[in-house]
Design a protein around this ligand. Structure first.
Ligand code: PLP
Length: 401
């Protein structure tokens, strides 16, 4: 048999996947001098001027004009009528869950495929995380699988969803927009409605992402944003609670500002509150960053298109593309192995990182972390497979210029 002319067996393809991926990444990004980060912030606008203004005027802490302006700007960008700026995205999620009425002893549904903050925020309320599976189009919560699961394990009792096995109320469903791609909000909202679950959006990764023309964070009763240093827009550290409900909006402000009752001089607090307010210094940075959001999104979209083109001809992998009816922010570009294979995934990760292109796998699934291993969960075949398929590629906006 003429071996040279024989078609390539699958095993050989596996062996040369890493160099083929590296070549495609190099084609998009050019040679790496030093390390090209996964997602680097960029301060090309009024950041220096606004931060200097805080220092010059002394307004650096939890009260100041930039905090108010940042909240107004967020309302304009997202179309949500109330935005309350917080110290970070995790704090925003914690407040969202409290506003959703989550109590100690409750359960809260959330994807196993998420950043740990989503599960931690549930724990802070004294509730138990209950992990659900994801789908392969958006990587968000799978509404169809969740519906079938709830039909098996839960009852609707007096308007609430009750876990038949534990007897606990399943109070809320937290959905997360993975890498900035909106989850299937229409189906998830309908499911939450049918089961008496409060819908909460963890929109930490999806500033600038739209589902059926509406910005993420508009569908949940409450939603959380993050402005951590690796997000599309950063305040250094920061977050925000979004809601259309004016009562919840006022309550978010109250809870994040130590539940202080307004008075000319007295320190009156009417419940256990939190010191979760975003400092003015950070909000100043955020105001300057939001001014540049359209340009950042444009360049991130251009970068995603270049990756898609470069990988179109690479067998065994594909770029995660925009789910139908969405316009994503392409926060992190995700290369997907055609089949789950941690060995192949790690070979690709090693080749990219060694060559200076910082690349990462997706988060370890929540139920595999020691503190969450005993939590209730449905079967998680898709999340397990995605964990062995996803590779995030360098995604900074400057790379799309
Ligand atoms: C970034 C992020 C958060 C919030 O993180 P902070 O660092 O606290 O701002 C929450 N959930 C997800 C999915 C995230 O990616």
């Amino acid at each position: 048999m003429d071996l040279a002319a024989a078609p390539q067996p699958a095993a050989d393809q596996a062996d040369d996947l890493a160099p083929r991926v590296l070549a495609a990444v190099r084609e998009v990004l050019g040679p790496a001098t030093g390390t090209i980060g996964l997602h680097e912030p960029e301060f090309a606008g009024n950041e220096w001027a606004y931060v200097k203004d805080c220092l010059d005027t002394g307004w650096v802490s939890s009260v100041g004009a930039y905090v108010d302006r940042f909240e107004r700007d967020l309302q304009a960008v997202t179309g949500v009528s109330h935005a309350v700026a917080t110290a970070n995205g995790t704090a925003a999620l914690h407040i969202c869950l409290l506003l959703a009425g989550v109590q100690p002893g409750d359960e809260v549904l959330l994807p196993a495929l998420t950043f740990v903050a989503t599960a931690n925020a549930v724990s802070y309320t004294g509730a138990t995380p209950h992990f659900v599976d994801s789908e392969t189009v958006s990587l968000g919560v799978d509404a169809v699988a969740l519906e079938a699961y709830l039909a098996r394990i839960a009852d609707r009792v007096g308007g609430h969803c009750v876990n038949r096995a534990t007897g606990r109320v399943i109070r809320a469903l937290v959905v997360m927009h993975v890498f900035g791609h909106p989850a299937d909000l229409e189906a998830l909202d309908a499911l939450a409605e049918r089961w008496g679950l409060v819908l909460v959006e963890d929109a930490a990764e999806s500033l600038g992402s739209f589902y059926q023309g509406r910005h993420t964070g508009n569908v949940g009763r409450v939603s959380a944003l993050s402005f951590n240093g690796n997000k599309v827009v950063t305040t250094g550290g920061g977050g925000a609670v979004l809601t259309h409900d004016p009562v919840l909006g006022r309550r978010a402000k109250h809870l994040t500002t130590t539940a202080r009752v307004a008075h000319r001089w007295n320190f009156l607090h009417d419940e256990v509150g939190y010191n979760y307010r975003l400092p003015n210094l950070n909000a100043a940075l955020g105001c300057a960053q939001l001014e540049q959001l359209p340009g950042l999104l444009e360049r991130k979209r251009a970068l995603a298109a270049r990756y898609a083109q470069a990988f179109a001809g690479v067998a065994g992998v594909s770029m995660l593309s925009e789910p139908p009816q969405t316009r994503g922010n392409f926060w992190l570009n995700a290369l997907m192995l055609a089949t789950p294979d941690e060995g192949r995934r790690d070979a690709v990760l090693a080749a990219l990182n060694e060559a200076g292109y910082m690349s990462r796998p997706v988060w370890t699934l929540m139920h595999k972390l020691p503190m969450y291993s005993a939590c209730p969960r449905m079967d998680l075949p898709v999340a397990e497979s995605l964990e062995a398929r996803v590779i995030n590629l360098p995604s900074s906006a400057r790379l799309g210029a």
